[in-house]
Design a protein around this ligand. Sequence first.
Ligand code: KIV
Ligand code: ZN
Length: 514
Amino acid sequence: MSDGSNKVKIFDTTLRDGEQAPGCSMTIDEKIHVARQLERLGVDAMEAGFPIASKGDFDGVREVAGAVGDVTVAALARCVTNDIERAAAALEPAARPRIHVFLATSEVHRRHKLKKARSEILKLAQQGVTEAKGCCRDVEFSPEDASRTEPDFLSDVVQAVIEAGATTVNIPDTVGYAIPWHFGRLISELMQNVKNINDAVISVHCHNDLGLAVANSLEAVRNGARQVECTVNGIGERAGNCSLEEVVMALRTRRDIFNADTNVRAKQIMHASRLVSNVTGMMVQRNKAVVGENAFAHEAGIHQDGMIKERSTYEIMAPEDVGAEKSRLVLGKHSGRHAFKKRMEELGMELDDRRFEHVFEEFKNLCDKKKQIFDEDIEAIVREELETGDGGRPVVELLNYHISSGTGAVPTATVELNLRGERITDAATGDGPIDAIYRTMDRITGLECALSDYTIRAVTGGKDAMGEVTVRVESGDNSERGRATSTDIVEASARAYLIAVNRIMRKIEDTHGD
Ligand code: KIV
Ligand code: ZN
């Protein structure tokens, strides 16, 4: 399996390790959208979830498995029969299923978490792989916390799971503790010491606690790893996972050093980045490598001068290589359904007919408010449709609002909502107009809510740009995100809040069987 090939497989875990991060949860519809984009991006495998974790995770894996074609879909499982059976059941619709079993091997995990000796761990790991193999030909094994595991024991585990039939063995740096040269040496020693190492693909899965996930992954590739596990925008537990776009572009840009490449269609990177940022609400920092807004911006005069004379003076990749070329002015009020649908498809967005009609109507409304419509505007409208059309009935809807605010005045909001079919109007004051609106809505719904996060950004440039508001609302044990866009930022704020409130109210009603 490790045939000396210089193809590095990309195993994307945005939908599992990425989604697991606080504030990054996705609805099933959102997962399907991301999965389809990952397929367009050309990843070799995507990990769709951890089916035993919840019914939502199980359904997510099943839906993703049925929605994509010829790409490996993996489901995570502990080395436990129930987990493995759930993973196998969730993967039933997959054309290329993979069960990914894991078990911690480091001393600290053995002693404190699992309370098991080395010999027991070895046995459980082998059993887990054998059981998974009974359900699925393609089995990956991960010795969790491998980078802090005694190297001799790690070698024994790797050899044992390959004997049991693991086709991929992943070496995770679970807590982001590894340092590049050290991690590279670990991979190189495994390649030398494990006698059946060539019967499996060696993978790495690095977390970014010290900001070294990409560097560690690259060093592993230099030493023989042929699969890299990563996430779009590097989202994931704590400081995140190895960033897909960075590792892919490092391999491609420095092919002279690595003599290796991936199957990724780099032009799809920017779409994937924006989609993941949008569905998770995790903004990409402006100076983020490859996909940040400033990644290809040249401000300094000397740089600009150099760029005009010869682009390669200051640019090691071209923005168009990763699909980050300047946004095109696309459509206007005279554009018809056909042109709109075509552009949406070019942007990699698909909707069923009902949703498409809704989005088209929103587009026409926007054309009345805004002279120029850019790709980002279309993406924002589609995002909001996905956000609101998550299959749930709205418990509460915004009908009208009025705010008064100004220097020396107490910000006051009057809001009319439709709450379960009843029109209710109320008013409240607040620290500012948004606070006043949110307080009024809380009075009407009777739900005690706290706003734990509020961000606003302009979707495009220009004074008439739409504002996109993302909020996180907490109520009791529930925490939900809402996002909405409008040329009126107060309206966007109100709608985003109500999306989150609706999600919370539906959850409460479902729990109490209302
Ligand atoms: O970080 C980790 O160790 C993991 C494993 C389940 C692969 O996510
Ligand atoms: Zn992880």
